[in-house]
Design a protein around this ligand. Structure first.
Ligand code: AMP
Ligand code: MG
Length: 473
């Protein structure tokens, strides 16, 4: 029963890029969830992870041989305002493992104070940990690049927020934890050596074919364009797209006040602190482009002579809009059964979404029903669907493929609806993990109808609707 074998490449980078920081031990760790499928993908021994030694690692109480726990440094623009020093304030990267040529970060989130904690306690409570576990694993199952959840451990300690809550630690796994804000940290300090080391490291890990800082930027623009299009296709609102929460490898990272829409609303926004709706659903592509412009600015010192570098970086960032439009058209084309939609199909898609907005249609259930019993009863006025249906069928008649199969693979039957997550959190706080486990099981295969999970496809009612979401920090 072996512990993981570590190979900690980030900890070998220049020492100003992180702080050595062991996790702070907790009183009484209990394993609440272990992702056996992910453990297998990583070549880790699930039996060991579930053993006392494994739980000692997953809670941060004992670091196995070969771990090099560090808190990573980063900066960031938060709601547009500049914060020169953020960093891992409640997480430590305990090390990296490699399996089948793939490198994985193992990070403990909620692991205690670090030099980057500022006024925070370095801890997490069960609610946000469970949310991140459920939503990140759903994203993975739905084909969206994301950080993952390997384990959830309760600490036996209370965490003080609006009230006392049970403490928890999430073991987060990712192909890296490198953010736009990681680059911003060094450019703000004029530390070109660290910037170069970070750039080389990021290229090696995420974009091995990219050449130089410009190549990295180009690849990151493309990856973000595809990522945001996938979010849009699921009705996902990240909620806090600060540059420190924007992953340079194009993963979804830092699930805080995120939520999936139910009734389709183009400017949906759930975060309790996003008063200006900066991170609303339909503003996400604009913000992604803004974040990429910050990445471009950070990379300028590595891109040669200033004026030429600015010109090249601008050209690359301007490539976001067409790349995103392309990706969006492909994503939404498949949602209406078109294998290879192009710009000529965009009006048809927009027309449906306008009718969904006017008709207060459930985003997920409307698209899912296109390949089933027809979604007309999702609309306040079902004839609004009928008139679109005629145009849609005319377009489908030109398709050679199998639209139903395309739609079934693009439109999930199940998403993590807010009220279901809330229900799972409330039960877990009272010691009942059954609703969490059931949600996790249903969401592992979101494109397959399961009669026993039928209730999980129902939208919230007025009694249990969650209108606001919180960072939970
Ligand atoms: P977020 O936007 O929630 O990902 O976090 C923004 C910054 O706040 C990051 O630097 C976090 O490490 C830090 N932070 C959030 N919650 C805590 C906490 N409870 N203790 C210490 N730092 C925290
Ligand atoms: Mg963050």
């Amino acid at each position: 029963m072996p512990a993981p074998i570590f190979d900690n490449s980030y900890a070998r980078l220049p020492e100003q890029m992180f702080a050595h920081q062991p996790p702070v031990p907790v009183a009484d760790p209990t394993l609440l969830a272990l992702n056996i499928g992910l453990a297998e993908e990583m070549g880790l021994d699930a039996e060991w992870l579930a053993s006392d030694d494994g739980v000692a690692m997953l809670s941060g109480n004992v670091m196995p041989a070969g771990a090099t726990p560090i808190a990573m440094a980063y900066a960031g623009h938060q709601f547009g305002g500049w914060s020169p020093q953020l960093g891992d304030g409640r997480a430590v990267l305990i090390g990296e493992t490699v399996h089948n040529g793939k490198r994985f970060d193992l990070q403990l989130k909620g692991s205690g104070r670090t030099p980057f904690s500022r006024s925070g306690d370095g801890r997490a409570w069960l609610g946000p940990v469970l949310r991140e576990y459920i939503i990140s694993e759903f994203m993975q199952a739905a084909g969206v690049p994301t950080t993952r959840a390997l384990a959830m451990v309760s600490t036996g300690e209370r965490v003080q927020r609006e009230q006392g809550f049970p403490g928890a630690v999430l073991t987060r796994v990712a192909t890296s934890h490198i953010r736009v804000g990681t680059f911003q940290y060094y450019v703000a300090r004029g530390d070109t050596a660290a910037l170069q080391a970070l750039t080389d490291h990021t290229i090696a890990r995420h974009y091995p074919d990219a050449v130089g800082a410009a190549g990295l930027l180009r690849a990151a623009v493309q990856a973000q364009a595809e990522l945001i299009a996938k979010w849009m296709g699921l009705g996902f609102v990240h909620g806090v797209m600060n540059t420190d929460n924007a992953h340079v490898g194009g993963l979804t990272i830092d699930y805080g006040p995120c939520a999936f829409q139910e009734v389709y609303q183009p400017n949906a926004c759930f975060s309790s602190i996003d008063h200006a709706r900066r991170y609303a659903y339909d503003n996400q592509p604009n913000i992604a482009a803004w974040n990429l412009a910050q990445l471009a600015t950070s990379l300028l010192p590595l891109m040669g002579e200033r004026d030429a570098a600015v010109e090249e970086a601008t050209e690359i960032v301007n490539g976001f809009a067409p790349a995103y439009a392309d990706a969006w058209t492909r994503v939404f084309g498949r949602k209406i059964g078109l294998a290879d939609a192009d710009a000529g199909d965009v009006d048809l898609i927009h027309d449906l979404m306008k009718r969904m907005d006017d008709g207060q249609a459930d985003f997920t259930n409307t698209f899912r029903a296109l390949s089933g019993s027809a979604p007309r009863d999702q609309f306040l006025d079902p004839t609004a669907f009928d008139t679109w249906d005629i145009k849609w069928r005319a377009r489908l008649s030109q398709e050679a493929g199998a639209p139903r199969a395309i739609m079934n693979a693009a439109n999930p039957a199940y998403i993590p609806r807010n009220h279901r997550i809330q229900e799972a959190i409330d039960a877990a706080v009272n010691g009942d993990l059954a609703p969490f486990a059931r949600l996790d099981a249903a969401l592992a295969n979101p494109f397959t109808d399961h009669p026993e999970f039928k209730d999980l496809a129902h939208p919230a009612t007025d009694d249990n609707r969650v209108r606001l979401t919180f960072c939970g920090t």
